[in-house]
Design a protein around this ligand. Sequence first.
Ligand code: F6R
Length: 614
Amino acid sequence: MCGIVGYIGVKSNPLEVVIEGLKQLEYRGYDSAGVAFIEDSKFRIYKEVGKISNLEAKVKNIDFSKVSNLAIGHTRWATHGGVTVPNAHPHISNSGEIILVHNGVIENYSVLKEMLVRKGYYFYSQTDTEVIVNLIEEHIKEDNTFEDAVILSVKELSGTFGLVISYLKEPDKLIAVRKGSPIVVGVGDNESIIASDINAIVKHTKNVIYLEDGEIAIVRKDDIKTKDFAGEDVKKDVFVVDWEIESLNKGNYPHYMLKEIFEQPVAIENCIRGRLLEDEGAVKLGGIAKLENYIHKIRKFVFIGCGTAYYAGMVGKYVMENIGGILTEVDYASEFRYRNPMVSPRDVVVAVSQSGETMDTLEALREAKRKGSITMGIVNVVGSTIAREAGMGIYIHAGPEIGVASTKAFTNMMVAIIMLSVFVGRRKRLGIFEGREIVSNLKKIPELVEYTLNTTNKITNDIAKEFYKSRNFLYLGRHYNYPIALEGALKLKEISYIHAEGYPAAEMKHGPIALIDENMPVVVIATKGSIYSKIISNIQEVKARGGKVISIVNEDDKEISKISDYVVTVPNTIEVLSPIINVIPLQLLAYHIATIKGLDVDKPRNLAKSVTVE
Ligand code: F6R
């Protein structure tokens, strides 16, 4: 969850690269930050609690003429030890000769710490990380080379770690290590940048090497060597990243989240480009072509993911069963991996993830592989661990998502899942005419999303002004739009800190109806579909108990508009695509409520974008 950056090269101010990189990674964790570099043959360390900007202010007057050609940095999301300056990274060894930054959790740190304390080491922080740096020092004292000392040390660690390490006596290199926490090395022109994800790198180079678990990289400005933990050389491919630097800036938007909400038409366009075969009512998905070989043997699909990605998987259950014509389950990745799931070589397990690095999703994918299932990924970040390990997959092409609350990745996940369902359906029970209907309407979705953004932005802002002081919200939806109710509630919770629950509308009368009174805003997704008339009854039940109803309805709606307190209209589309449109006003409503409350929507408290710990 923490972000790490290391730079070695010829730039006159390596700290600038590191601070800039940390800012791009700040969404990974933002409770404290620190940097280190070499000056006058000593490591200089600066750390601050709070945002990177606090740290930046502290280092801005440093005279860089005497500073080394390398720097490392870290943005923290606390796991072991409170949010304090001593607990912030980098951590330095007792001799002051080794320094490192760490992303991950060392499970056996207390045993190692005791051992090191017995040998006379002193610990200045409560972190698990300080153990690693002193362990390396201990192995160097035993006459091992820097590289061997790192390998010996990491072999003694259990848990997860992405590390960038510097040794004062060998300032021509940094060593990066990966086990369980992502590490990417950017291959620049006379410079190398190491980071926990590519956002910190793409400004400098688009050529990157992804380390796999159990690998280390010895990184010089003009040379990168990779080895496994046995010390054997490993040959790595260089990937070319296609993200543009502009997409990493907020542009004219006040927040990344708003920018990303408004990027959805373009993002969806990028997701469907070249993949829709209108005449055949089918789709072309090169990344899953080999699924064709198993299609008639498949027993079921299982979508796994966390948070918003899990809700996309839930939409997948409805869509795949309806148009794919195949039994489909959906599971929280964190539950799937520990509950001995019933999957077999005839089942397809689909890992859904924006980052492609979420630890629970990755481990669930690995569990599915162990059980011999067919696996695939629906992933945004190209070359990420899930994308690499899934075996096949569909990239959602949403572009970088920086706002912690996922928006454009969610809509693109749904689009990818619908295309996957058409792919399967057209080889099973979906006829050409139904296929054409879905494909031709999918083609129109970017335009409809654009329209929805423009027509619902103001009204959701007005509604937000009415309800931002509410302490609770209920979101109701049915069928394809039940997961959208859950997603709407999640968006509100995470950025506005208002308690919200999503419910299948008909379930309300089995319990939550007891909560309804005049202080309870109830957002109802009530667009036209097979169970429209049932939703009307559900709204009446809320109204009868004094609840305030905010309905999402189609523009030609007559009935629900009459019985609702507030109405947000959205354009019509076919029912299976309606979740893509209906989530837009819910994203905007959450955004407006949070901004009216003056909250930092891009970095909500306690959250991190990429959850790489269990
Ligand atoms: C919510 C949100 C999280 C993520 C979840 C999975 O807005 O962003 O719930 O959806 O942490 O992340 P990925 O998709 O990267 O696996």
